[in-house]
Design a protein around this ligand. Structure first.
Ligand code: CA
Ligand code: CA
Length: 134
């Protein structure tokens, strides 16, 4: 009984910091959207801004955008996802365009999401239908 009362002890607080793991892929904001683009749109005209979000933290949530489709008609800002007209459009030459936009995070290994943009011929406008694929 006397030994039990004389026991000495100490305490230590352990602060646990949990490192983020890149377990979320970027997800585009909207699964379906229609955008109309006039055939005579000027170079630099903003077609659409492709925005994706990522539920991780830090670099694991930092997103870059790129066009997977080989085209000289459109460009994308890798930081903002803004797609712009890069050359004159001629509906009589090409009435429909398909663009694939990829959002990729800066995690290791990186995760990605691909968003397809389809155009549909429409009188004097080029009409874009979008959907998301993973
Ligand atoms: Ca991520
Ligand atoms: Ca995570």
């Amino acid at each position: 009984m006397a030994d039990a009362l004389e026991r000495k002890f100490t305490t230590c607080t352990v602060h646990v910091v949990i490192d983020d793991v890149n377990d979320h892929a970027p997800v585009f904001e909207r699964a379906y959207r229609r955008v109309q683009l006039a055939e005579d749109s000027s170079i630099g005209h903003e077609l659409v801004r492709m925005t994706a979000t990522d539920d991780d933290d830090g670099d694991n949530a930092l997103i870059s955008y790129m066009l997977l489709s080989r085209t000289s008609l459109f460009t994308i800002d890798r930081h903002t996802g803004t797609v712009r007209v890069a050359a004159p459009l001629d509906r009589e030459t090409t009435a429909a365009h398909t663009l694939q936009v990829m959002a990729i995070d800066h995690g290791t290994p990186a995760k990605r999401c691909v968003h397809a943009v389809h155009s549909v011929p429409h009188e004097h406008n080029v009409q874009f239908n979008e959907y998301t694929t993973h």
